[in-house]
Structures are given as C-alpha cells and as structure tokens.
Design a protein around this ligand. Sequence first.
Ligand SMILES: [Fe+2]
Length: 377
Amino acid sequence: MAEIKKLEKNNTYLKVLWSDGEESKFNYLWLRDNCPTAHDKDSNHRMFNILNVSKEINPKNYNINKEGKLEIEWSEGNHTSYFDLNWLRENCYTIKNKKKYISPYKLWDSSLKDEFKSICVEHDEIMESNNGLIKWLELLHHTGIAIVKNAPIEEKSGFAVLNRISHTRETFFKTPFEVINIPKPNNSAYTAHALRNHMDLPWFENPPGYQFLHCLINSADGGESSAVDGFAVAEYLKHNSSEIFNTLTNVYLKFRDKDYTQENHRGFHAPAIGLTKDSDYHDIRFSVATMDALDCHPDIMDKVYKAHHEFGNLLHSDKFQINFRMEPGDIFSFNNRRVLHGRTAFDPNSGHRHLQGYYMDRDEIIGRLNYLKKLKS
Ligand SMILES: [Fe+2]
C-alpha cells in the first residue's frame, strides 16, 4: 500500500516523497492527461484531449484528501483530479527509469543440443492445460525455439494447437504453406536442395514473428533440420568484433521477394541486427537467398560485405548451430526474426518429406503469455 510523506510543487512537476524513501517526479501535463476521469469506463479509451488545455497547466491546490487520494485542483478547465496512490506508484516513470533493464532472452549456442528435451513440450499438455500452453509460450518468448511433440499428423491439424495461442498470420503462401518438393518451384523450400540458415520473408516491413513447421511425414534420407540463435551470434559479435557489430546494426540492407508467381514487387531495407529502445535485440534479418543487390554507399560496401560474410559464417558455425531430425508429429516452433532455420538436402526418391508451415505475429505470442501469466497471479 503506497503512502506519501511529502508533496512539493515545482515548475513543471509535483515531487512526491514516498514513505519508503523513494522519490517521484510527476509532470503536470502527464498528470492531467492521466486523470482517472480521462478514460471511458467501458472502452478504456482516453476521451480527454490534452490539446484542450494549455502547456502551462499546473496545480492551483493539491493535497492528500480524507480518502487517501492525491487531489489536484487544476489552474484551468475548472477540473479536479483524484489519483489513487497505488496507481501512481505502479505507473511512476521516475522509478521505472531507474530500474536496470533485464532482457527476457535466454541466449543459446550449440550446447542446447545436450539439453534438447528442455525445449520439448507435449502436444496434449498444451491442449489440455494452461500450464502446458504457458510452457510453450515461455520457450517461444525467452528461448525462441520449442518442439511440440506427438501432435496429430493429419493435414491442417496444426490449427487446433496454434489456435490455443491465437489466429495465424496470412501470407500469399496460404495457411498452412506446404514444404514439399514440387516441379518448377517458386521458392527454394519447395525443392529437395539444402537450405542454408535463413529467416522467412525478410523483405516484409514486418516479417512474421513466429514460424511453426509441422512434420507430417519424414521418411526420406537426409533433410536434417538446423537452427541457430541469431541473437546469441549478435551478442558474440558485440563483445568480440564491435566494428562488425556496429556495421550490422547501423547499415540498411536490401531484401526483395523474388517469387516469379507474384504480381507484386515487395521489398524492404533494414539492418541485419535490429535493436530495441533498451539496446536489446529486436530482430535479425538474414537470408542469402533473398538479400537483393545491395545499394549502400560505395565507401562502405566492402565493410558491409565483410561484416555480412562474418555474420553468415558464425550463423552456420558448429559453435552456434544445432542439428536435429524432425519426427512425424513434431512442430518445430521458433521466433522467425531471431532463430534462423535450415535443412540439409534430402533424397526425394528414398521416401517422402512433408511439412506444413504456419506463421503467427509476435504480438500474439507475447500478448497471450502476458494475459495467461496475469490470470495465474
Ligand atoms: Fe524457411
């Protein structure tokens, strides 16, 4: 239960000294904008418009009232706000900004293979319990990779378990997309060739956040899967080759959809390593197959190519990559903008290999996890 010991009016903010010694600065415009009456009680949308008051608004009177609320009578608009102290404390941006950022990501390298079971989760556990679903979502969010085991092997049966999270992300490949060798393929995934580690659809402004490859049949020789944690490789470069790291985070590369069946020219520029506001990893863009003819400045082209070369080699190195064989009923699930995936070539004459793929946006994974965790607490 938050308690206030002292209030002090300043030029642009109210200084609050809490009884536990913490100190907060609450800006006047921020306070007025977040008055509890500003929001519609049903939609929770803000109905109040801060543009309707002047930039000089400030408290005419202020105190902690008999109900224990912070009461502010404003200098204009004939309005008084009543703030719940717990709400103020929970939303205090002074305290939030003092806290050290903790990354949600557990980075991994090839040693993950020794604890492969730790990233597996049973299909029925997800279907039957929220704890199973949370376990899957936590693996996806924190580790970026999970294998759902013993799922049904009927076509399109992946929808049921995916819909435990949310709806899928549609693309022109349709949902599910088929990973099977076809004649005259419009994508290298539809061949029996080896696929180097890559992400899917890097040429979208917002590439799918997660990918789910559901193995229905895998009786052909070859076709071993690979995965690598792009964030772990980025972290390695940050500590060992800061110049390469800076190039990969700052220079915009060009990606282009090369699908000949499309009556649409899709393309996007983005750095190989994207960072968040906290300088944590946001995403990786890497795909040898769909990186376009680069168009960066001639003075930096050599540096950019050498950085791309180094990054690509590390993304395929024994230090970071894991290899495994997908069994029918496995759903190889991963953060498409963090964990790159690939496979070795397979012999289409030795047996069949059929995967069905699904995409989902990152918002659905993180949002659902946050909701379920709050439900439990
Ligand atoms: Fe792929």
